[in-house]
Design a protein around this ligand. Structure first.
Ligand code: AHR
Length: 530
């Protein structure tokens, strides 16, 4: 396994080199880990009264007018032969309800800054068409608009999160959208009534632009900060509705964008966004979603885990200007981004989803939990048929991805109290010197139940994890596992159940306040205690 070096086989306090050589970088990393055997790890739970609630909005989703995310993925129209509930795919609706989605972002993405909401209201046959210039030049017929989105949110029981058009729209247009949705009286409320919705909706989350440094207008941060201040001024709180206003934030390592916005516009915002994709790079090929080797796999996990440093640096900047943490950092786009599946339409970002993607989801969510005092929402990209999806659809068929099952398995963490913990684990050295922990974990408490999620990233070895329970009751323990025979395994229309959630019933032993859990290679387990 060239390029990947295992470290940290320590027996009787002697360092034993497991594989190949140990670089000086790995030695430095090793120094910070306690004495352990190969693929043995310890998790120490550290209950604390003060620890924060894991914002359920960390489990947010994102739907964009891109490829077949909306049309074909969520919406087929009432006259479709595909079974639907008022035009929404019944299979997809039922699957998504299981995820208890707290918030759904729409209509983009890059699409948002070319979207004119008035084109998506009124009789569908009269709606103007447009070319979706960002995403493959597909003709958009606007048949899925504001009413369809808000109805979907009502059916899913989630908060809507609108991305407003700043790049090519006007202040008036955005102000009127808010009025149309939330006002009881006046011309916009009357127009809404005329279009069949008597009562206003509630709208909490309002994004003022998307990627305003790029597809959302190529602004410079100082100019965008002023534009943001102007646009948000006219987005009013009607009839008791209270907007949570979100400034379009940076991507990845652009710390200056966060700095300038916090300096110049912090008093006008409730949140600022951040985008972080697990991607090999922005130009050229990104690599296949399904055809990858173990080096690619560990590199991917390393890149995904880098989100921790990126979030931390943005948080440090925010702490400087907002030490009381009033403003949320919303990672409103994240996930894996691979080459489009061969044979699919260019610009539609349709990709498969393997057990590797589920690993990325687990490690990302674990990381977001740790920052939940500042990271108040995240939105994986995207909900259906685009990038790291929950569901894939083809005609009347649907498959649930490994990422879907991971989100299902993590539902108990939503709005639960974070249970801080320490993990002592061997590390794997991946390409580019990226260090990947063999074991990662997160835990939370809700309604008297403790939920512990454990990840074994190692492709070949089991991990024996000793959990110091700090006195937490283990009267009843239930477990679920997500794993697969091969890391490249995926669900597809011909084989929809290659990877599913399974009960994990016998993989642990208890003794003297400790629980020892044996995790198979490349697996994720959630235990519920109490
Ligand atoms: O999720 C796909 C695209 O990625 C979004 O439209 C854009 O905001 C980002 O660059």
């Amino acid at each position: 396994m060239s390029g990947i070096y295992y470290i940290c086989q320590i027996f009787n306090k002697l360092i034993y080199f497991m594989k190949l050589k140990l670089s000086s970088f790995a030695l430095a990393a090793l120094a910070s880990f306690p004495v352990l055997g190969a693929n043995e790890a310890t998790v120490t739970l550290l209950p604390s009264e003060e620890s924060p609630i894991i914002a359920k909005e960390i489990y947010g989703q994102f739907a964009e007018h891109l490829g077949t995310c909306i049309y074909g993925g969520l919406w087929v129209g009432e006259n479709s032969p595909i079974p639907n509930t008022n035009g929404y795919r019944t299979d997809v609706l039922n699957a998504l309800k299981e995820l208890k989605i707290p918030v759904l972002r729409w209509p983009g993405g890059c699409f948002a800054d070319e979207y004119h909401w008035m084109d998506g209201i009124g009789p569908k046959e009269n709606r103007p068409r447009m070319v979706n210039t960002n995403w493959g030049g597909t003709v958009e017929d606007n048949s899925f608009g504001t009413h369809d989105f808000f109805n979907l949110c009502e059916m899913l029981g989630c908060e809507p999160y609108l991305s407003g058009n700043v790049g090519s729209g006007t202040v008036e247009e955005l102000a009127k959208w808010v009025e149309y949705i939330t006002a009881e009286e006046g011309p916009m409320a009357n127009l809404r009534r005329q279009n069949g919705r008597e009562k206003p909706w509630k709208l909490k989350y309002l994004g003022v632009g998307n990627e305003s440094w790029g597809c959302g207008g190529n602004f410079r941060p100082e100019y965008y900060a002023d534009v943001y201040r102007r646009y948000q001024t006219y987005c009013r709180n009607f009839n008791g509705n209270r907007l949570y206003k979100i400034a379009s934030g940076s991507s990845d390592y652009d710390y200056n964008w966060t700095e300038v916005l916090m300096k110049n516009a912090r008093n006008y915002m409730d949140g600022i966004s951040l985008h972080y994709y697990t991607v090999t790079g922005w130009s050229g090929r990104k690599g296949s979603a399904i055809d990858f080797d173990s080096e690619d796999y560990y590199w991917t996990l390393g890149k995904c885990l880098e989100v921790k440093d990126v979030v931390k640096r943005h948080c440090d900047i925010m702490d400087k200007y907002d030490p009381k943490k009033r403003i949320g950092l919303l990672v409103d786009e994240w996930g894996t981004w691979w080459d489009e599946e061969p044979g699919t339409k260019s610009g539609h970002l349709y990709q498969q989803n393997t057990m590797r993607d589920a690993m990325v989801a687990a490690l990302s969510l674990n990381t977001f939990h740790r920052f939940t005092d500042r990271v108040r929402m995240t939105n994986i990209a995207q909900i259906a048929n685009v990038l790291q999806s929950m569901v894939l659809t083809k005609d009347d068929k649907m498959v649930l991805t490994p990422t879907y099952y991971l989100f299902k398995m993590y539902v108990p963490h939503q709005d639960a109290k974070l249970l801080p913990l320490n993990v002592a684990t061997p590390m794997i050295r991946a390409r580019d010197g990226r260090m990947v922990p063999v074991v990662d974990a997160t835990a939370s408490v809700k309604d008297g139940k403790t939920t512990i999620s454990l990840v074994n990233t190692d492709l070949n070895e089991t991990a024996e994890i000793t959990i110091d329970l700090a006195g937490i009751s283990t009267k009843n323990i239930n477990g679920e596992i997500l794993t697969s025979a091969g890391i490249n395994d995926y669900n597809d229309f011909g084989h929809p159940e290659t990877i599913t959630l399974k009960p994990f019933a016998k993989g642990w032993k208890q003794s003297r306040g400790k629980l020892t859990v044996t995790l198979p290679a490349k697996s994720i387990v959630t235990l519920t205690l109490g």
